[in-house]
Design a binder for this molecule. Structure first.
Ligand code: DON
Length: 581
């Protein structure tokens, strides 16, 4: 019943949107050539084995940790545990065991795809009033800094789940590189040093954050070796005891004591009750490729599927750039509109997913796109997105047997909550801001949420993370990116470029653009459009807005015809490493 009522509401909105476009002719066909329907991929045809492996991650120490574990006899999933744990040590500004991740795994044996949801949850004592000032305005500090901004971490449970259900090695073996690097030290790269400098005012508010990130009151100097025995110990406890090493016992007690002493509301029961979950991924077929991507509580996969379903009615390859960009942006706009309104934690909200993912629904949306004119996004109050840096991390792995892991991991904003729990070395996330904390007020990424993404005890906050695996008859890509709300559109563009035949190196280097319904602007990376395209888009009614921060995408590809593996790390980031071995 609920479903059909929503479906009607949704259809009504499609018509309303079409009506907004202009006069009656708005309902006419789009006028663009149609693409031939693509055959679905035959799973039996994709069972070859590469014989060697590829890893691309945002830090060379993490990529090398993955290869170290493969050399010990591990598979892609053991390598994923090693890479994620190492990133938590060497790239703490982006992700860590105080945060959460989402992963799409492809197991070659049985051709099985699974989604791992290690997203954070709200603590039981979550109270929306904590995120609102006395005058009713949003309390951005509570949402983004300190222990109130932190959800219950999911990364440790997710890594334990992957190791136990999918790995070949023990957790001790997979976590060994991260533990060694935390204990023996490494040289922080310029980006980590810059992130600490950027956040130093907030880091200074918490003594354990100062001890960890501002030794002698300053960010670590260039070339300094940086060690964290507390973090090494926490990782060792996870290696020895699995979930119990983090969610119960010594670490849990330290985390709760530190959070409560600083005004937060976590309890031992919150940690004890956390579970990483396996879910069915979203699967969409587009031009002969099977795209396996993230389901709720990410909005990414639903949005990507909706966009691809809309685009499958056009032949983008035969269009000039302005026309192609126009249709892609209009598809983005419509998908983000639904994202804002309908999506949340599937364990808490009923979502009209059958509808949103249906090709018939996409047909309706496509009909609402005018061939030569932008549709105004005028149904929600305008949200001003800030321009966050790329502080989340994605890595991609294919092993010699053809197992694949696409993992996007985050502590949310740069250096998360900036709060380190004393005695643990764990920097907590500020993922609570990904909830719709204050109705109709945008979060740090300018995203508006609805009741579907309202905070509730134990609920997962909606994410944009979109780790994806793209499987075609001859070619496969493992892909993902950080970027807050732009994750979805960057991954989408990467998928389109891959399907157009681009290599891993070309995909990560490709210039990008983004639209998220509100604010009603197209964010554009410098050099994406030539002057003629910019002029044509402006004439169609688009507002183009330059945006500086994009990426950092890490992609591996496998061409089965030539059995060639490629691994590429975003050139926007010098510390990344894509490697085939
Ligand atoms: O889960 C999400 O969608 C966000 N917490 C991701 C944050 C992110 O990508 C930060 N980089 N700009």
């Amino acid at each position: 019943m609920i479903f059909s009522l929503r479906a009607v509401a949704l259809r009504g909105r499609v018509l309303l949107l079409a009506a907004l476009c202009s006069g009656g002719a708005a309902f006419a066909a789009d006028g663009a050539p149609r693409a031939a329907p693509a055959p679905a991929v035959n799973a039996a045809a994709i069972s070859q084995r590469p014989g060697h492996a590829a890893i691309a991650s945002a830090n060379f120490l993490a990529t090398n940790a993955g290869f170290e574990v493969l050399a010990k006899g591990g598979n892609a999933f053991d390598a994923a545990v090693a890479v994620a744990a190492t990133l938590s040590v060497v790239e703490p500004e982006s992700s860590g065991i105080g945060g959460g991740f989402m992963a799409v795994l492809h197991r070659a044996k049985g051709d099985r795809d699974v989604f791992i949801d290690a997203r954070e949850t709200a603590p039981a004592a979550v109270d929306r009033k904590d995120y609102v000032n006395a005058d009713g305005s949003p309390n951005r500090d509570a949402a983004l800094k300190g222990p109130l901004s932190a959800g219950i971490p999911g990364e440790p449970a997710g890594l334990v789940l992957i190791a136990k259900r999918y790995g070949r090695l023990s957790l001790q073996q997979s976590l060994a590189p991260a533990i060694r690097i935390a204990r023996d030290g490494f040289q922080p790269d310029p980006r980590l040093r810059d992130s600490i400098a950027e956040q130093k005012q907030d880091l200074r508010r918490w003594p354990a954050s100062v001890a960890k990130y501002l030794p002698n009151g300053k960010p670590p100097a260039e070339g300094a070796i940086w060690r964290d025995p507390d973090q090494a110990r926490t990782l060792e406890l996870i290696a020895a005891h699995g979930d119990d090493g983090f969610y119960r016992g010594e670490t849990a007690k330290k985390l709760v004591a530190a959070v409560q002493a600083a005004g937060g509301n976590w309890t031992l029961a919150d940690l004890d009750g956390y579970r990483a979950k396996e879910r069915a991924p979203i699967v969409v077929n587009y031009r002969g490729y099977r795209i396996v991507t993230a389901p709720p509580p990410s909005s990414g996969g639903v949005a990507i599927a909706e966009i691809l379903n809309i685009l499958s009615g056009f032949d983008l390859t035969r269009m000039a750039q302005p026309q192609r960009v126009h249709y892609i942006v209009e598809a983005m706009r419509r998908a983000f509109r639904d994202h804002n309104d309908y999506l949340g934690d599937p364990d808490f909200v009923t979502m009209p997913l059958d509808m949103l993912l249906s090709p018939f629904y996409a047909d309706g949306l496509r009909q609402s796109i005018l061939p030569d004119k932008a549709t105004p996004s005028s149904m929600l109050p305008r949200a001003e997105a800030s321009e966050p840096g790329m502080h989340t991390t994605h890595f991609s792995i294919i092993d010699a047997d053809g197992n694949m892991a696409a993992v996007t991991s985050t502590v949310n904003y740069v250096m998360g909550s900036t709060f380190v729990a004393a005695g643990t070395g764990v920097l907590l996330n500020d993922e609570m801001d990904d909830f719709a904390l204050v109705p109709n007020k945008p979060n740090v990424y300018g995203l508006l949420g609805s009741v579907a993404n309202a905070p509730k005890p134990g609920k997962r906050m909606l994410s944009s993370m979109s780790p994806s695996i793209v499987i075609g008859a001859d070619r496969t890509a493992v892909i993902g990116s950080p970027g807050g709300s732009t994750i979805i559109t960057q991954v989408l563009e990467g998928i389109l470029h891959f399907i157009d035949g681009e290599s891993a190196q070309q995909i990560v280097a490709h210039k990008r653009f983004h639209h998220q319904y509100m604010p009603d602007v197209v964010n554009v990376e410098q050099g994406t459009f030539d002057a003629a395209t910019s002029d044509a888009l402006t004439r169609m009614g688009y507002t183009l807005k330059p945006r500086a921060s994009w990426g950092f995408m890490n992609v591996v590809t496998w061409d089965r015809k030539t059995n060639q593996l490629d691994a590429a790390s975003d050139p926007r980031r010098p510390s990344g490493l894509g490697k085939v071995q």
